[in-house]
Design a protein around this ligand. Structure first.
Ligand code: C2O
Ligand code: CU
Ligand code: CU
Length: 487
């Protein structure tokens, strides 16, 4: 009786799902078994502020011991003692206040990847703020303007600090979320480099060659767990909001012919849903996925990470590895309606008056040492690209190297164009996009009035540390400055 009522109710749903007062949405019904995602539930950051429009949290960076494989403890770097850090939840338009304290043995900062923050909150050392010293504090305070899944991580020695475990998800919900799926989980994909005794691998393993490759961890993690299980009801829709927080690894998986629909990416929902056979997420990228996996009650299905070719040697010698497992519970297959497609109008950015910006990703080798650069110049010696507030730029990025580089821009979303400079549909707002090895991509970005020096870099963090990083000065008076630390 109850079940029938829910079905009828889903059937009659219009495109947009009705939402009510802020913070108290009517959620679509839940179809998965009770506790279906309890193995991957992220610790939630406690909101200390009673104002419903303000999310105020404490975030403490500290070393903590975790058990990744049974009986083996590893000292990792964490936010609030958890791997990943706590899930911060807000609604678009909320003010987020983060009381950050650093109990690590090194300086650090927190960068809010993808969030259109003011420059003072962007977490880039020396450029947007002084690094937070060991035992120091800093208050991040900004409005989250856009719904979507974002994430936070350090911007000091990023490859090492992210690799040690410092990352967390920031979910900005749409108060009028049109997606009619009640069962939703946030999946933070990453990896971690462990020695056989459980200790962390040194961040400089392999020297300059390790940097050139981009060091991947030995152990795959989903929400800080090795091969966790999701208990699902066959055929029932679920929503996965995924972020790739690994420092170098691309995640690629398919679901063997199961229904997989991507509805959103970095900056919220896409223009229209896209059916996928394979999902590839470069480091830093996010995806909003609907799946209705089917299987015999009681059976299991391993979601497997398939090696992705991001350059020489990254596929040839590697095997697919299980990432997480779907366990089909005993309930009969769900045969009710599937989610209605959601559309989001997105205007293509006009490119006719856009200023061209042409850059190359380059690599140099000197005395057996590799160095990445922009136009042959490593970040530390580079000059910024200059942009006028409110202007539009058309970037052409040519990757001259034998490695793929996920391009990431701070502070602004962009749209990806095809080789002819036409918008790629379905349109979506991106902040991270892979530039495959030895190829060219185009994108268009419109700046607003947030004056400041905004970083762009490869999100294979070893590559960023190895020189593949630059800066856009939006409305900054020319000073002839040369970049310094920034990572
Ligand atoms: Cu997610 Cu500059 O980084
Ligand atoms: Cu970023
Ligand atoms: Cu790279």
């Amino acid at each position: 009786m109850y079940v029938k009522y829910i079905f009828a109710w889903i059937c009659s749903l219009p495109l947009a799902f009705a939402a009510t007062a802020h913070g108290a949405e009517t959620r679509p019904p839940r179809l998965q078994p009770e506790g279906w995602d309890s193995q991957v539930t992220l610790v939630a950051a406690a909101d200390l502020n009673p104002d419903p429009r303000i999310v105020e949290v404490d975030l403490d960076a500290r070393v903590a011991s975790v058990e990744l494989t049974p009986g083996v403890r590893t000292e990792v770097w964490t936010y609030n003692g958890a791997l990943p850090g706590p899930l911060i939840r807000a609604h678009a338009g909320d003010r987020v206040i983060v009381h950050f304290s650093n109990h690590l043995p090194e300086p650090t900062t927190v960068h809010w990847h993808g969030v259109r923050v003011p420059i003072q909150m962007d977490g880039v050392p020396d450029i947007s703020q002084p690094p937070v010293p060991s035992a120091g504090v800093f208050t991040y305070d900004f409005v989250v303007p856009d719904p979507g899944l974002f994430w936070y991580h350090p911007h000091v020695l990023s490859a090492a600090q992210v690799g040690f475990g410092l990352y967390g998800a920031l979910l900005v919900e749409d108060p009028d979320d049109p997606v009619s799926v009640g069962d939703e989980t946030v999946l933070v994909l990453s990896d971690i480099g462990l020695e056989s005794d459980g200790r962390l691998e040194p961040p400089d393993s392999g020297g300059s060659t390790g940097m050139a490759f981009g060091r991947e961890g030995t152990t795959l993690l989903v929400n800080g767990r090795v091969r966790p299980k999701l208990v699902v009801r066959s055929g029932a829709p679920q929503r996965w909001r995924i972020v790739n927080a690994a420092k170098s690894r691309f995640f690629q998986f398919d679901l063997d012919g199961q229904l997989m629909t991507r509805i959103g990416g970095d900056g919220g929902l896409m223009e229209e849903p896209q059916r996928l056979d394979t999902l590839v997420l470069a480091p830093g990228e996010r995806a909003d996925i609907l799946v209705s996996p089917k299987g015999k009650p009681g059976s299991t299905y391993d979601v497997v990470a398939v090696p992705f070719n991001r350059g020489y040697g990254s596929v040839e010698y590697r095997l697919a590895e299980p990432l997480f497992t779907l366990v089909f519970d005993k309930a009969a297959e769900y045969t009710g309606p599937q989610p209605t497609p959601v559309r989001r109008p997105i205007e293509p950015l006009a490119t006719d008056a856009a200023t061209p910006v042409n850059i190359e990703f380059t690599m140099a080798q000197q005395g057996g040492r590799f160095e990445y650069g922009i136009n042959g110049i490593p970040f530390a010696a580079g000059h910024p690209i200059v942009a006028v507030p409110g202007s539009t730029q058309l970037w052409t990025i040519t990757n001259k190297t034998k490695w793929s580089h996920p391009f990431h821009l701070h502070g602004f979303f962009f749209q990806v164009l095809d080789g002819q400079g036409a918008p790629v549909h379905p349109l979506e707002w991106k902040d991270t996009f892979n530039v495959p090895l030895e190829s060219t991509i185009k994108l268009v970005v419109r700046y607003d009035d947030r004056v400041g020096s905004w970083m762009f870099h490869c999100h294979v963090l070893d590559h960023a540390d190895g020189g593949l990083m630059g800066m856009v000065d939006v409305g900054v008076a020319p000073s002839g400055h040369v970049h310094r630390g920034a990572n």
